[in-house]
Design a protein around this ligand. Structure first.
Ligand SMILES: Nc1ncnc2c1ncn2[C@@H]1O[C@H](COP(=O)(O)OP(=O)(O)OP(=O)(O)O)[C@@H](O)[C@H]1O
Ligand SMILES: [Mg+2]
Length: 435
């Protein structure tokens, strides 16, 4: 429950840690202030107003007797900033409205007047705003008192409130600036890790921020370099061996030729040809793998291009018009070409589907061939592994196709899965590339 409400980003959480205590402190200070200072100050002002009006009514009957009420009103008005009118046109006092929650002054006036004032009254804070109207019924007469709101409103309270809220807002603003700077290196680090996972190796970035983050960044860069070194060493070594094997193989071929056309040597000759193919296939793959840089291209154009070049026209495409892919174009072409090759080799109809989801590009390639048994599905990714060697004896197959596919997909941070064709017969190759 709490996890759902809490912000998910580090910045959001850090900000909450800073802001929450400030807000809590504000609430506590605000409540205490409201109760002990603001409310009481206003209440006392209303009470003193009641005192003034009470005083007026204490002597008013005397002046009524001598018919000099106007004089009294004059004196009272000049001393108290209150305007008094005798309302002969109003016969009956209206009823006080029930004040709403936000009508602080209405509530305060009604409560205090009910407690401390002995004559029937009516109050209205709207009609003469910013003054208050108080009607009092006294000896069959209705008197109107117009009181400026400032008389019952403690103005210093606003200044006080301002000085609690304004600095807190300033603190929050400063902490946002600081937090953003502190969190930026972590975001950069996670972006770098993501890029590395997607095979964008050329991205170098400087360590910055707090000591711990710098350390993590430096360690990450070291790890990245170690992995890259390891990969290139391995590739270089294998390429070296493969290359060196070419010479003795050529020699053996020559020697066999010299031995004549005896059918005894036919099998050995075939083996040598196959070994040559394996080697050149591997060398070809290893040579251009790391030379390419990441680029943006339209995947659909690439697939269409592959389809148009294929001499067997049994491919159906089900794609959107444009799908922008960011990766190593030649490798992606090779990856898809290998799968299409297999599908055409083992099946008669091929269906290609490509689409973009929120974060990935998904490509599925289905065929109606014999498919691959579940227990074989992992093994076919091994280099030089073929399910049934007799299936394609005279073919140019060496069993590197799917290993290359897996390698390319991994170097782009993607996933490759072999599934059964959902239509029943055949294989579905599922590719997913993060974008
Ligand atoms: N679409 C498919 N249907 C049935 N079997 C398949 C399919 N794709 C691959 N296989 C099986 O997986 C094995 C490995 O495939 P992979 O592409 O790695 O090698 P290959 O096609 O035999 O040779 P290469 O691709 O190097 O020319 C194949 O020999 C084949 O037995
Ligand atoms: Mg193949």
């Amino acid at each position: 429950m709490l996890r759902k409400i809490l912000p998910r980003s580090l910045f959001g959480r850090a900000l909450l840690i800073v802001i929450l205590p400030v807000i809590l402190a504000q609430i506590v200070v605000g409540t205490v202030f409201y109760d002990s200072i603001w409310y009481k100050a206003n209440r006392n002002l209303v009470r003193s107003l009641i005192g003034e009006i009470n005083n007026f009514f204490a002597i008013y009957p005397e002046y009524q007797k001598i018919k000099k009420t106007d004089e009294l009103i004059q004196i009272f008005q000049s001393k108290n900033q209150i305007t008094i009118n005798i309302k002969r046109n109003i016969k009956e006092l209206p009823k006080n409205k029930e004040p709403g929650l936000e009508e602080f002054y209405d509530k305060l006036i009604i409560t205090e007047f009910t407690k401390g004032f002995s004559h029937p009254f009516y109050q209205n804070t709207e009609i003469y705003n910013p003054s208050i109207q108080i009607l009092v019924s006294f000896n069959n007469e209705i008197l109107e008192f117009i009181v400026p709101k400032d008389k019952i409103r403690g103005t210093s309270a606003f200044v006080f409130l301002f000085w609690i809220v304004a600095p807190s807002l300033l603190f929050i603003f400063i902490s946002i600036l600081f937090l953003r700077n502190q969190i930026r290196p972590i975001i950069h680090l996670s972006e770098a890790a993501e890029k590395f996972g997607k095979g964008q190796y050329d991205h170098d970035f400087r360590s910055s921020g707090a000591l711990e983050i710098r350390k993590a960044t430096i360690e990450f860069e070291k790890m990245k370099r170690r992995i890259l070194k390891h990969i290139s060493q391995r590739t270089a070594m294998l390429s070296g061996i493969s290359h060196d094997l070419k010479t003795p193989l050529t020699r053996m071929k020559l020697e066999l030729e010299l031995l004549g056309k005896d059918s005894k040597f036919q099998a050995v000759k075939e083996d040598i040809v196959e070994m040559e193919k394996m080697i050149s296939e591997y060398l070809d793959f290893a040579s251009n793998q790391y030379l390419q840089s990441i680029e943006k291209f339209n995947l659909i154009d690439l697939i269409n291009n592959l389809v148009s070049k294929s001499f067997k026209k049994n491919i159906t495409l089900k794609c959107q018009k444009n799908l922008i892919f960011s990766g190593r174009k030649n490798l992606i072409r090779r990856c898809i070409a290998n799968i299409i090759n297999n599908a055409q080799k083992y099946g008669t109809n091929v269906l290609i589907n490509a689409k973009k989801t929120q974060k990935n590009i998904i490509i599925t390639i289905d065929d109606n061939g014999p498919g691959i048994k579940n227990e074989q599905k992992e093994k076919v990714f091994r280099p030089f592994y073929r399910v049934d060697k007799s299936r394609n004896l005279n073919d140019a197959n060496v069993g590197l196709g799917l290993s290359i596919v897996e390698d390319i997909v991994n170097s782009h941070g993607g996933i490759v899965k072999l599934l059964d064709n959902p239509k029943g017969k055949g294989l579905r190759v599922f590719l997913s590339f993060p974008q």
